[in-house]
Ligand binder design. Structure first.
Ligand SMILES: Nc1nc2c(ncn2[C@@H]2O[C@H](COP(=O)(O)OP(=O)(O)OP(=O)(O)O)[C@@H](O)[C@H]2O)c(=O)[nH]1
Length: 202
């Protein structure tokens, strides 16, 4: 790698996001951004801010937090909101909450409003929002309990209380959108920006 390329930092604690970018061959450092997401989400909803703008606000907050430490770095921030029939869902606190959330989502269609931003030299230099649309089967409680038992606590790290890249695929009747965006990173638009920004080989 040439010496003058910027350091890339992913402002995220998400193991799925990290895995998507590592698998795509990106070399970066992952640093979690200590941002009060719940507070920003609650304020955005109270002000009637649309989900895509709220997700961008959250992604900006994470990127800004990390970018302050090194203005030269290219900092990637992401955020994903789940919206089902106007209701915003969050990562479930525990397995019982995951069960309740999956019961609320089954037999319905929800959007994963997925924002990614890049910050450098003190400001946002790029942004993108992808909105995969997920239609869940009306699966049985027996199926649901078997799924929760098979996956366990890891489901509390996902906004939908599922992992598509595994057994979770059996929860769905239809998926509109690409898998990296569903896992939390609109990958191809981000890679295109990084090439255009001279960070990746063309
Ligand atoms: N493994 C997996 N994770 C998913 C899936 N769908 C959503 N997620 C995760 O759900 C989380 C969305 O919540 P966010 O608040 O955007 O991210 P986070 O986990 O808090 O991580 P930060 O980037 O540090 O905010 C992300 O970690 C996504 O990777 C999926 O199908 N599989």
């Amino acid at each position: 790698m040439q010496a003058d390329l910027p350091r890339i930092v992913l402002a995220s604690a998400s193991t799925a996001r990290r895995a998507v970018l590592e698998a795509a061959g990106l070399r970066f450092e992952a640093l979690p951004a200590a941002v009060d997401e719940a507070e920003i989400k609650a304020a955005a909803q109270a002000e009637g801010i649309p989900p895509a703008d709220a997700a961008l606000m959250l992604a900006d907050a994470k990127a800004e937090r990390i970018a302050r430490r090194d203005p030269e770095a290219l900092v990637i921030g992401c955020d994903q909101l789940l919206v089902c029939e106007g209701v915003w869902f969050d990562k479930p606190a525990d397995l019982p909450a995951a069960r309740a959330q999956l019961q609320a989502l089954r037999g319905r269609t929800h959007d994963l409003v997925t924002a990614v931003v890049c910050h450098r030299h003190g400001g946002r230099v790029w942004q993108h929002v992808a909105v995969p649309r997920m239609t869940m089967r009306d699966f049985s409680n027996a199926f649901l309990d078997a799924y929760l038992a098979a996956e366990g606590e890891v489901l509390t790290r996902s906004v939908g209380a599922y992992r598509l890249e595994g057994l979770g695929a059996q929860l769905f009747a239809r998926i509109q959108g690409d898998q990296p965006a569903i896992l939390g990173v609109p990958l191809l638009p981000l890679l295109a920006f990084l090439r255009q920004h001279g960070v990746l080989a063309t």
